[in-house]
Design a binder for this molecule. Sequence first.
Ligand code: G
Ligand code: G
Ligand code: MN
Ligand code: NA
Length: 249
Amino acid sequence: RKLEAELWQGLERREFTLDFQPRYDTRSMRVRRAEALLRWRHPTRGLVSPSEFIPLAEETGLIVPIGEWVMRAACAAAARWPEIGVSVNVSAVQMRDDQLAAVVADALLSSGLEPSRLEIEITESVLIEDADRARAVMLELKALGVRLAMDDFGTGYSSLGYLRSFPFDAIKIDRRFVADLGPRGEARAIVQAILGLGRALGLTVTAEGVETPEQLMLLRVDSCDEVQGFYLARPLSEPDLLGLLTGGQ
Ligand code: G
Ligand code: G
Ligand code: MN
Ligand code: NA
């Protein structure tokens, strides 16, 4: 297919870039890390969103070389930053690649990035598809010293006990709960329950998709650890991120 060939070409021709979305410590409102988000600058189609090409990249296996590029580029970028960490999304297909931990190890080594400054975001669906395999890969990654976060938490079927059987350091509350957040109502009860669960398991909890001051206020009142979303900062180019960091945030 045409798009598939173009994806290959895109990789060879260096058409991919990363944007970085700041994630803030809720108490100090300082940037703690940034999530790397893949962007494809297609020569004729313009900027293509990952939601348009990642499904195809997963289907064709192209996500493996693309993901390797992302891992290397994200680690190289973060090694240039003062203190803050980077978070990288890894899809289900990448989690099944037995070279994943080796790629991460090499990206860390060649960039010189401290492993603890790298976080890997894994979606809940990965755990359901092949739990034993996922657990084994996660243990390999943990052995390198990186942090593991469960992305889009609350959209799958993980129970408390199930979550505990994987070596996660953090969970990200899915943006659908944050979007519905109000002083009363179900969404806040769900968010509070996730925060309680996170606290009980010693996990850092991030709320993603924060779009309004009201949502931020409620997350602060409920002591959510970290916040990320358009209200705070959009995904930025690396120079813009560095500008934000040095401009006193
Ligand atoms: O940045 P945006 O909202 O367009 O991202 C859409 C989707 O693509 C999100 O689910 C996000 O997790 C995913 N995504 C963004 N960058 C990467 C990446 O580098 N690797 C993988 N596997 N997924 C990514
Ligand atoms: O699936 P994942 O959580 O990795 O998706 C990351 C995507 O979420 C990025 O593409 C980013 O552009 C998008 N995103 C980041 N902040 C917000 C926000 O406040 N609202 C919405 N709707 N999307 C956001
Ligand atoms: Mn993510
Ligand atoms: Na997410």
